[in-house]
Design a protein. Structure first.
Length: 186
């Protein structure tokens, strides 16, 4: 399966955030808080589109989401807050660029995987299989899930009792942050 993450765009975003928090850049060149929020939204919309397109291509499907479908996924509350609320809190509370990058990476991953799952469901897929990057960075709870297949509406369960319908949707934050897992559908 082709990756569903927009790596080039995510890398560009990371560079822009780092420039905003760098002391060596002139203040008039640094992106504003609103610039960063807008770039994050653009990144998340692209992640949704890629998840939808790749999954449609893999399943020979053609499901297209409504604006409401996209909005529901992009602006979903995770641990009681939307991505935008968390990002704004970092600005208000003097957070670092690394905090914003972590939000962007985690949310891009969650949105792309949720888009893929919704698309697969609408395209008639009946099963989903968990894949990891199969390297030494994969956490034990996700390595445990490697190759596990579930029905399309069933959650995956880790050995620590956490569960999720797709990567990035676990109850425990430590199972979502920096996750790189994906699903394949059949």
């Amino acid at each position: 399966m082709a990756s569903i993450l927009p790596f080039d765009e995510l890398n560009t975003f990371v560079e822009r955030v780092r420039s905003r928090f760098s002391d060596g850049v002139l203040p008039n060149v640094k992106p504003t808080e609103e610039d960063i929020i807008d770039e994050m939204l653009d990144l998340f919309l692209l992640a949704y589109a890629i998840g939808n397109t790749v999954t449609n291509d893999n399943l020979n499907g053609n499901w297209q989401p409504t604006l409401e479908d996209i909005d529901n996924v992009v602006n979903e509350r995770v641990a009681g807050e939307t991505w935008k609320e968390r990002a704004r809190n970092y600005f208000v509370n003097g957070g670092t660029g690394d905090d914003l990058i972590r939000i962007a990476e985690t949310e891009t991953h969650r949105i792309a995987n949720e888009s893929a799952l919704r698309t697969a469901r609408e395209d008639g897929a009946r099963f989903k299989t968990w894949l990891t990057m199969m390297d030494d960075k994969v956490r034990e709870t996700h390595d445990y899930l490697l190759g596990e297949t579930r029905s399309i509406d069933e959650d995956f369960y880790t050995f620590d009792g956490d569960h999720a319908p797709s990567p990035g949707k676990f109850e425990l934050a430590e199972n979502n942050v920096n996750c790189r897992c994906e699903l394949v559908f059949s």
